[in-house]
Write a protein that binds this ligand. Sequence first.
Ligand SMILES: Cc1ncc(COP(=O)(O)O)c(C=O)c1O
Length: 399
Amino acid sequence: MTDATSQQTRLSRRAAGIGESATLGVSRRAKELAAQGVAIVDLSAGEPDFPSPACAIEAARAALAEGFTRYTAAAGIPELRAALAERYAGAHGSPWRSSDVMVSVGGKGALFELALALFDDGDEVVIPSPYWVTFPEHIRFCGARMVTVDTCVVDGFRIHADAVLAALTPRTRAILLNSPCNPTGGIVAADDLRQIVAAAAQRGIVVLSDETYERFVYDGGPYASVAALAADYPDTVVVISSFSKTYAMTGWRLGYALGPPQIIRAALNIQSHATSNATSFAMKGALAALAGGEEEVVRMVAEFGRRRDLVSAALDAIPGVSCRPPDGAFYVFPNVASCYGPGRQGSVELAEYLLDGARVAVVPGVAFGNDDHIRISFATSREVLREGLGRIAEALGAC
Ligand SMILES: Cc1ncc(COP(=O)(O)O)c(C=O)c1O
């Protein structure tokens, strides 16, 4: 029964300015169709189809059985913070101690809390484009303004220091990098990264480096972590990463950030009022994954490398589609603009055409800042990929 006298609830200005994540939106619609019995091939999801490491599952199970089910410190369990600090020191020579580590509810949690801790109304945040769909929303939510720097398909969407530095103004508060990049797989080379960080340090600008896809790099390509510059620029760099992709632990909701003490402390204060701590027994599982999950990570990344070749070649062979194999992450970002036409004008309509006509879910590139492309995830079995690619080829062949 409806109350004829009630007025519509007014949402906050912040909530009104934010929309559903485009990637989650497509996934939701694909799941709705699947629930209606439609055989959808879902190539939209950003999560590995591999199981979480057996050692992580066992450790979380044991923690639960032992009653490790209470609140922990907001920053996470000390042994996980220490293990992360040690891992970064070992891999990149970073000086961060366990007190400089914040474990969060997903990498997303850390990124949001850092945005809230750093960005004010009118601040500018420089990000390479195409970009992950969530970055603009975080920036907007804080009242800041996103300044994009285009990356280009011809060199695999690499991030170049000169382009990033040309975008800096007196209002720039932060540079937000994501290498390897979702959706393009583009990376930043060590030289460019050093130039960016050095210039940022001189101007008091923070460099936030989202390295969620750090392990998904192909052809032995160079991977540069901002952690390698933390000793030289301790006040400037923050690294954000996650257990989600590396260890196929998306549902565990575990991410983390390492950085300057005053920034980590500010983000932690926000976290302490937002989520308190990440899940206690999940952190025990993550600790085990760090110690014993490597073999499974290597196996998964090798398989992703094979899929990346298969998918890029199959898409590139479709007339009107151009697809360069990505340097990293687990998405391809083909240019499909030549397939546009009546009823398929732009990436949203093309994605709808593929979902309704070919029953394949992909994500429109416009959500990532480039309407000429679509994003296709290859974090699914080769069998499913072949089926999806066949359907796409058929549907676009008919264009
Ligand atoms: C670029 C990027 N950063 C961060 C995340 C956050 O992942 P999570 O919150 O699962 O750790 C994602 C997830 O899709 C991502 O693509």
